[in-house]
Design a protein around this ligand. Structure first.
Ligand SMILES: Cc1ncc(COP(=O)(O)O)c(C=O)c1O
Length: 386
């Protein structure tokens, strides 16, 4: 071999001899082909072999198996972002002329995607309240293919009462897709309550450290295979480094969520008692309208607290500027405490009328309670409200 050939071909490690205790980052776009691969391809089992990283990757596969186990599903798919997960699911189950029932109580980006599905692909959409199973059933037509709701909505924390629609949906062949981002699989497993597919923005609690973007889809093997086929065609690949970070983060999900749950409940109780705060929404506060449902179904109330500062959006913005530890940032679900106001972040794409119609009132602050010491979080809130 001459220099260039040596540089390219020598020094490759044989993986058979290496036994790492964790799944390494398989930073490779493709793999050597062989008889086994050709056979899997001709037998429609492309996802079982290693051919090309858009199709499959060992680091991603480890992450998928872990998240499937944690959500209680047969299989999972990890993609580039929460929106990639949602678009892969919608493109799998909907075609022009089909109808879906969903809610205005969704992340603004999801509402934006649904608007595009209506305008560009002639998908028909009806809106119902996630906590009103009869309303969801009444909104269905013979063309309904999908129910899509968040298990705890962004930002007003409304629950989706999935048990109330699951018998109807199964009878009518309607797929129930839920976004379980806010609760995380630690607090709630929707597949055990009648959902067909669970979607997450893994950017949030699953990743947990505000350092990756990712999305997941979990469900029965056949359904995930269908979504995988759409995803392979669309191409929103989660890169191996993001998958590695995500898989590592999942190992501490239970520890982080316990602390998020405890801190959020204490912060919610503090805010509810404060004269500068008009209203607090948190599933484990007795004032929450679905309190007994939440206590019965959720292991914890989650890390998100939504509250209304007295004095409207102007006072809300002033309050956020005064915080010293809690940062003003748009995302959520990380170890650090973050605040934002939906009107200029997660729901900026909606008109003021649309925001009002969905109940995002002036002064609404969305608080992603981190896992710092709760005394420090509460003193920060205290001094900023003062
Ligand atoms: C509930 C919910 N679903 C989906 C998304 C979209 O996820 P991503 O930003 O990872 O695409 C978000 C983002 O904030 C979200 O809050």
């Amino acid at each position: 071999m001459k220099f260039a050939t040596k540089a390219i071909h020598l020094g490759e490690v044989s993986l058979e001899k290496v036994k790492p205790v964790i799944t390494p980052i398989f930073q490779t776009s493709n793999y050597a082909l062989g008889e086994e691969v050709y056979q899997a391809f001709s037998g429609g089992r492309e996802r079982e072999v290693w051919v090309y990283t858009r199709h499959n990757n060992p680091t991603r596969r480890a992450t998928e198996e872990k998240i499937a186990a944690l959500e209680g599903g047969e299989d999972a798919l990890v993609v580039a972002s929460g929106m990639a997960a949602l678009s892969s699911v919608f493109f799998t189950y909907l075609k022009p002329g089909d109808h879906m029932v969903t809610s205005r109580h969704l992340y603004g980006g999801s509402l934006n995607l649904i608007r595009k599905l209506r305008e560009k692909f002639s998908i028909k959409v009806s809106f119902a309240s996630p906590d009103d199973p009869d309303g969801i059933i009444d909104a269905s037509t013979s063309e309904t293919k999908l129910f899509f709701f968040e298990t705890l909505s962004n930002p007003l924390l409304r629950p989706f009462l999935v048990e109330g629609v699951q018998v109807f949906a199964r009878k009518r062949g309607i797929k129930i897709v839920v976004d379980n981002t806010f609760l995380s699989p630690y607090n709630f497993n929707p597949l055990q309550h009648g959902a067909h597919l669970v979607v997450h923005s893994a950017t949030k609690y699953l990743g947990g450290h505000s350092d990756l973007l990712g999305g997941v889809v979990v469900g029965d093997g056949d359904e995930v295979q269908r979504v995988w086929e759409t995803y392979v065609a669309l191409g929103p690949v989660a890169d191996p480094l993001a998958c590695f970070l995500l898989e590592r983060s999942l190992k501490t999900l239970h520890v982080r969520m316990e602390r998020h749950n405890d801190n959020a409940l204490q912060a919610a109780e503090f805010l509810e008692a404060h004269p500068g705060v008009e209203k607090v929404i948190y599933p484990f506060l007795p004032s929450y309208p679905w309190y007994s449902y939440a206590r019965e179904h959720f292991r914890g109330g989650g890390g998100m607290v939504t509250f209304k500062v007295k004095g409207g959006d102007k006072k809300g913005l002033e309050f956020m500027k005064k915080l010293k530890i809690i940062k003003e940032a748009a995302s959520l679900g990380g170890v650090e405490s973050l605040v934002s106001m939906p009107f200029n972040t997660s729901h900026y794409s909606l008109s003021p009328e649309e925001r009002k119609a969905m109940g995002i009132e002036e002064g609404t602050v969305r608080f992603s309670v981190g896992i710092e010491d709760i005394e420090d979080i509460i003193s920060d809130l205290e001094q900023a409200l003062r």
